[in-house]
Write a protein that binds this ligand. Structure first.
Ligand code: C2E
Ligand code: MG
Ligand code: MG
Length: 685
C-alpha cells in the first residue's frame, strides 16, 4: 500500500524519472490488488459479521482509492505535465491524501478490534475518521505556493503520511505480537511481521526520498519498493484471512464448551444439574468405599417457595433461587457439589464426612444462612428450608438410593414443622443430637442476652463480713428456665463458645465490682471462674489485661479461679500462665482443691494467693473424722505456704464453727447465701 510513496516522490518533485511505465504499472497493480482484497474481506464480513472485517474492508478500499488517486496524480504530472496547482491534480491530491489517512485509521481499528475482541467505540471512531479526513485534505493544499520548494510539499504530503503509518503499524504489530500467545495459530505472527515490514519500508523510503530530494538524483528504489510493498500487501491479506479462520475455530471451540456446560448445568443458577450431580456422586462413592470413608448427600427443599412464586411472580422467584444457590454454595467447601435438581430442590454432596455431626453442622449452617432475609428488587423475602440427609454407607451404597433416602428424610423434616434437618436413619445417637442442639441454642444465648451472672458472697471467718463475691454464670433458657453451668459449660468448651462467653462473663463481673466499689463504697473483691479451655487460650493474659483496663478496675479487685485439675493438666505451662497473670496484679485462687491430686511440690511453685477447699471435704467435716483431719491439715499446710483458705459449700452452723475454729480464713456456702442476682443480695451484712 505504500508503493505510491516512491512514485509520489517523483510526481511531487516533478522529476522525469524515466520509469513512468513501471510506475503506472505498479500503481495499477496495487490498486487492483487492494480492491480485490477489499472485495474478499467484504465477502467474509457478509458471511461472518465480524466488525473487524468491516474495518479492514474499509481500510483496503481506502488503500485502493489512495493508489488510484495518487496514480492519477502521477499520471497528470508525468504524462500531462499539469502543474501541482491544477484543479485536477488538486482534486486527485485531496482524494488521495484523505484516503491515505483513512486507510491507516481503518486498518488500525480492525487490528484493535481483533486483539481486544470488542468493537471500537463508535463516537470515538467517528471523531477519529473526521479528524483523518481533515488532516488528509488540509495537507494536500500545503505548500502549493509557487515559491515553495518541492521538498516541503513532499514532507507535508508523503513523508508525514508515511511516518504516521509507520508508527501506527508498529504499534499494531507490537499489539499483535504480544497477544499472539493467547491463541493457537500463526495469523497474529504473520500480520505482525507484515506490518513491521511495512513500517520498515516506509521509514527507509522516507529517508531515501529526503536524501534524493536534497541531492536531486533519481534512484531505482522506487520500483523495488513498490514490488516489496506489493509482496507485503499480499502477506498482510493472507495474515488477515488466517486470523479470521483462527477466530472462527476459537469461537466454535468456545461454543462446544458452552454447549457442554449447558448440558451439565442448570441455566438459571449455573449450578451442576442432576446428571452431573449423579456423575460426581458415582465418582465420590467409589473413592469413599476405597478409602473406607463416609459420604453425605443432602436434599434441600425451600419451604413454601410456591407461595412466593405464585404471589410475586416468576421473575422474583427466579432471582430468589439464584441467591439461594449462591448462599448454599458459600456454606460448603470447594470439593463439595451443590446441584439444582429442579424447581426449588437442591442437592449437596459432601464427599467425606468423618463424623455424622459434621454433616448435621453443615445442615444447620445452611438453615441459618438461608434465614437471613433475601433482598430481591425492593423486597425483603424470608425463606426457610427443610433438609434431609443420607449417609453412605449406612443409608445406601448407590446414587439412586442415597438421593431417594435423603429425599424422604427431607419430607420428614417438612413433617416436623419445616425449617429443620433430618437424618435418614437415626444414625446419630440421641445424646450427640441433643448436644448439637444445645450448642446451637447456646450460640444464640450470647447474642440474645440470655446469660446472666449470679453472685455468691465470700465471708470473712473472723469478722463475718462479706469480703468478696464469686460470679457464677446462669443461662436463662427460653424454654427450659434457669440453667446452671453444669448444663452448658462443657458444651461451650467443646464448641469453642467458651471464649466469647468467658469474655462476656469477665467483662460483666468486672463492671459489677467497679460499681460496687465506686458507687456503694464496698471493700470487696470479685472472683471469676476460668474454664480449662479459657485457661489454655493463647491470648488469655492479653484479654484480661484489656478487660481490666477497659472496665477501669484495680487489678487486685479481681480474683481468677482455676481448678486444681486444670492447673495440674499441664503444670509447667500453668505455672507460666499463672506468673503472667500475677504480674498483671490480679489474684489467683485454686478452686476445688483436694480433688485434683496436686503434688506438694507444685503447690509450692504455683504462684497463687488462695486455696479453695472443695465442698466434698466440708460436707462431712463435722461427722467424718478423716475429712476433719484432711481439712485441718490442708488449712495448716496452706498457712505454712502463706496462702489463704476458703472453704466452699458451708451449709450449717456446725460446719462454720468447725472451720472458724480451725483457722479457715474465708467461708462460702448456702449457710450465708445462695448465689443470687446482685439486686437480691444483702451486701451490708
Ligand atoms: P465452683 O467454682 O466450685 O462454684 C461453686 C459451686 O458450688 C456453685 O455451683 C455454687 O452454687 C455451689 N455452692 C455454693 N455454696 C454451696 C453450698 O453451700 N452447698 C452446695 N451444695 N453447693 C454450693 P454452680 O454455680 O452450679 O457452679 C458449678 C461450677 O460451674 C463452678 O464450681 C464452676 O466450676 C463452674 N462455673 C460457674 N460459673 C462459671 C463461670 O462463670 N465460668 C466458668 N468457666 N465456670 C463456671
Ligand atoms: Mg469457683
Ligand atoms: Mg469450687
Amino acid at each position: 500500500m505504500e508503493g505510491r510513496k516512491a512514485q509520489n516522490r517523483d510526481v511531487d518533485m516533478g522529476i522525469e524519472s524515466g520509469i513512468p511505465f513501471a510506475v503506472s504499472l505498479s500503481f495499477t497493480g496495487q490498486t487492483v490488488g487492494a480492491a480485490v482484497m477489499a472485495l474478499v474481506l467484504l465477502g467474509f464480513y457478509r458471511q461472518y459479521q465480524k466488525s473487524y472485517l468491516l474495518q479492514w474492508t474499509l481500510g483496503w478500499t481506502a488503500l485502493a482509492l489512495f493508489q488510484l488517486f495518487t496514480g492519477l496524480a502521477a499520471g497528470m504530472s508525468l504524462h500531462m505535465h499539469l502543474a501541482p496547482t491544477h484543479p485536477w491534480r488538486l482534486v486527485a491530491a485531496v482524494a488521495g491524501g484523505v484516503a491515505g489517512y483513512l486507510q491507516i485509521g481503518w486498518m488500525a481499528f480492525g487490528t484493535y478490534e481483533l486483539i481486544r475482541r470488542r468493537p471500537v467505540r463508535l463516537a470515538e471512531a467517528k471523531r477519529i475518521v473526521i479528524g483523518l479526513i481533515a488532516v488528509g485534505a488540509v495537507l494536500a493544499f500545503a505548500f502549493l505556493g509557487s515559491g515553495s520548494a518541492p521538498i516541503n510539499r513532499y514532507l507535508a504530503r508523503i513523508a508525514l503520511h508515511d511516518s504516521v503509518s509507520a508508527v501506527v503499524f508498529i504499534i499494531c504489530a507490537i499489539g499483535l505480537w504480544r497477544s499472539r500467545g493467547r491463541r493457537a495459530g500463526i495469523g497474529f505472527s504473520i500480520l505482525s511481521a507484515a506490518l513491521i515490514g511495512y513500517a520498515i519500508v516506509d521509514v527507509v523510503a522516507v529517508g531515501i526520498g529526503i536524501a534524493r530530494l536534497l541531492r536531486g538524483d533519481a534512484s531505482p528504489f522506487s520500483v523495488y519498493a513498490s514490488y516489496l510493498e506489493f509482496l507485503l500487501q499480499s502477506i498482510l491479506g493472507v495474515g488477515m484471512i488466517a486470523c479470521l479462520l483462527e477466530d472462527e475455530r476459537e469461537a466454535s471451540d468456545l461454543a462446544a464448551v458452552q454447549i457442554e456446560h449447558l448440558a451439565y448445568h442448570d441455566a438459571l443458577t449455573g449450578l451442576p444439574n442432576r446428571p452431573l450431580f449423579v456423575d460426581r456422586l458415582i465418582v465420590a462413592l467409589a473413592q469413599a468405599s476405597r478409602a473406607d470413608q463416609q459420604l453425605a448427600v443432602f436434599f434441600l427443599d425451600l419451604d413454601r417457595f410456591k407461595d412466593i412464586n405464585d404471589s410475586l411472580g416468576h421473575t422474583v422467584g427466579d432471582n430468589l433461587l439464584k441467591s439461594v444457590a449462591e448462599r448454599v454454595r458459600r456454606c460448603v467447601r470447594d470439593g463439595d457439589t451443590v446441584a439444582r435438581f429442579g424447581g426449588d430442590e437442591f442437592t449437596l454432596l459432601i464427599p467425606r464426612v468423618d463424623h455424622i455431626e459434621d454433616a448435621a453442622k453443615i445442615a444447620q449452617k445452611i438453615i441459618e444462612t438461608l434465614k437471613i432475609p433475601f433482598v430481591v428488587g425492593d423486597r425483603e423475602l424470608f425463606v426457610t428450608t427443610s433438609i434431609g440427609i443420607s449417609i453412605f454407607p449406612g443409608d445406601g451404597a448407590d446414587p439412586e438410593t442415597l438421593v431417594r433416602n435423603a429425599d424422604s428424610a427431607m419430607y420428614r423434616a417438612k413433617d416436623q414443622g419445616r425449617d429443620n434437618y433430618q437424618l435418614y436413619a437415626p444414625a446419630m445417637n440421641a445424646q450427640a443430637l441433643e448436644r448439637l442442639a444445645l450448642e446451637n441454642s447456646l450460640r444464640k444465648a450470647l447474642s440474645h442476652e440470655e446469660l446472666v451472672l449470679h453472685y455468691q458472697p465470700l465471708v470473712s471467718a473472723s469478722t463475718g463480713r462479706i469480703v468478696g463475691l464469686e460470679a457464677l454464670v446462669r443461662w436463662q433458657h427460653p424454654e427450659r428456665g434457669l440453667l446452671g453451668p453444669a448444663h452448658f459449660i462443657s458444651a461451650a468448651e467443646t464448641s469453642g463458645l467458651i471464649v466469647p462467653i468467658g469474655e462476656w462473663i469477665l467483662n460483666a463481673a468486672c463492671r459489677q465490682v467497679r460499681a460496687l466499689r465506686r458507687k456503694e463504697d464496698l471493700d470487696i473483691s470479685m472472683s471469676v471462674n476460668l474454664s480449662a479451655r479459657q485457661f489454655q487460650q493463647q491470648n488469655l493474659v492479653e484479654q484480661i489485661r484489656s478487660i481490666v483496663h477497659e472496665t477501669g478496675i484495680e487489678p487486685e479487685w479481681l480474683e481468677l479461679e482455676i481448678t486444681e485439675s486444670n492447673a495440674m493438666q499441664n503444670a509447667e505451662n500453668a505455672i507460666h500462665t499463672l506468673r503472667e497473670l500475677k504480674s498483671l496484679g490480679v489474684r489467683i485462687s485454686m478452686d476445688d482443691f483436694g480433688t485434683g491430686y496436686s503434688s506438694l511440690n507444685y503447690l509450692k511453685r504455683f504462684p497463687i494467693d488462695t486455696l479453695k477447699l472443695d465442698q466434698m471435704f466440708v460436707r462431712d467435716v463435722t461427722t467424718d473424722r478423716s475429712d476433719a483431719a484432711i481439712v485441718t491439715a490442708v488449712i495448716s499446710l496452706a498457712h505454712s505456704l502463706d496462702l489463704k483458705v476458703v472453704a466452699e459449700g458451708v451449709e450449717t452452723r456446725e460446719q462454720r464453727d468447725f472451720l472458724v475454729d480451725k483457722g479457715c480464713d474465708i467461708l462460702q456456702g448456702y449457710f450465708f447465701s445462695r448465689p443470687k442476682p446482685i439486686a437480691e443480695l444483702n451486701l451490708d451484712a
